[in-house]
Design a protein around this ligand. Structure first.
Ligand SMILES: C[S@@+](CC[C@H](N)C(=O)[O-])C[C@H]1O[C@@H](n2cnc3c(N)ncnc32)[C@H](O)[C@@H]1O
Length: 218
């Protein structure tokens, strides 16, 4: 997949490229490109935003600036999905992640301050996605959330099998995962469920599925 992120803070992504899962798939399953609106803005002095029409606090990311950035990178080749990251968008779920992870190319648009000129969302983007019903200061963290969630669905991102029985997977019927335990088997009187120490993989599998269903129902 080719994933392009348009942002005013491209250097914020540096640490992610050094960590799994992104580091594991960079250069093979994932091509990550970071673009700064300031590099292609048609305005002077790197200006990318402006005062809101109608008044009010905060600056609004300009539509001509985002259009110029997209034109500079894609020209007329605009077949792939362009996602505007905004708290007003469709809420991100694992199903949305799976849908986006199957795309060959994807563009993420982030904003800051008061957000996007609405024409960016309606005319330049194909999708609007929110990572949750709360407001962050910029689209960089939402872009990183999507980048991480998508990267771990790409082949080779995770150790063999570790992504199969996760929360929200079809293997767990869309439910949340069963509990995990590791050594020591007893700590301060807190014990590990006996079934996990039994070595009986059939019983363990049944117990885990029951736990997942119970936890998902509450
Ligand atoms: C301070 S927010 C703008 C909030 C906007 N004025 C509103 O009330 O909906 C600035 C930018 O951060 C990003 N952002 C903040 N919260 C987000 C969320 N929950 N999901 C996705 N993007 C978010 C978006 O790119 C947004 O344009």
């Amino acid at each position: 997949m080719r994933l392009d992120v348009f942002t005013q803070v491209p250097h914020a992504f540096a640490w992610m490229t050094e960590q799994r899962p992104v580091a594991a798939v960079l250069g093979t399953e994932l091509e990550l490109r970071l673009f700064n609106y300031r590099d292609t803005t048609p305005l002077r002095s790197g200006q990318v935003d402006d005062d809101p029409y109608g008044g009010g606090a905060g600056m609004v990311l300009r539509v001509d600036v985002v259009a110029a950035a997209l034109d500079a990178v894609y020209g007329d080749d605009r077949e792939h999905r362009v996602v505007a990251l905004t708290p007003q968008g469709r809420q991100l779920t694992q199903a949305v992640v799976e849908e986006l992870a199957s795309e060959p190319a994807l563009t993420l648009l982030s904003s800051r301050f008061e957000g996007f000129d609405e024409r960016i969302v309606t005319h330049l983007a194909s999708d609007a996605i929110s990572i949750g019903p709360y407001v962050l200061s910029g689209g960089e963290l939402p872009a990183m959330v999507l980048l991480d969630a998508i990267a771990r669905r790409l082949p080779g991102a995770l150790a063999e099998g570790s992504g199969e029985h996760e929360s929200f997977s079809t293997e767990l019927e869309g439910g949340i995962e069963y509990p995990h335990y590791t050594r020591p088997a007893e700590f301060r009187g807190w014990t590990v469920p006996e079934v996990l120490l039994s070595g009986d993989h059939g019983r363990i599998d049944t117990w885990r599925r029951e736990q997942s269903r119970e936890r998902s129902a509450t």
